[in-house]
Design a protein around this ligand. Sequence first.
Ligand code: CMP
Length: 141
Amino acid sequence: MAIERTLSIIKPDGLKKNLVGAIIAHFEKAGLHPVAMRMMHLSRADAEGFYAVHKERPFFGSLVEFMTSGPCVVMALEGENAIAKNREIMGATDPKKAADGTLRKLYATDVEKNTVHGSDSPENAKIEIAYFFRTTELVKR
Ligand code: CMP
């Protein structure tokens, strides 16, 4: 299996619940290791740009409000099959549908305040990592 990189965000609800360490521990135990990491409070423009594909959705305004409501941790995670593995660890978008033991089942509040984001494809992983990190900020492990 190929070594990949994916973008992960610990969302404002995750920080409010003091889950940063617990969430990163899940990733590390599963072989996904941060190669870039930053704590940041997204501006409206940051959040609107990041979620631009959802701008026609009815939840877009509320999603932007939520994502700008407090600080996030943005990370590039590296490991074997990182994109699919991260999505498996996160669980379904809606925590009510997420499998036992997944981050969203364990920690999410609802379909919006769902604690973590992860890239959904190799193409989007590249785009999303580049949205937050310069090439020189990604370390070699
Ligand atoms: P994420 O994986 O970051 O991708 C888009 C985000 O939009 C998603 O997680 C949720 O936070 C949010 N989202 C998706 N579907 C809904 C919905 N039906 N209602 C509110 N927010 C949603």
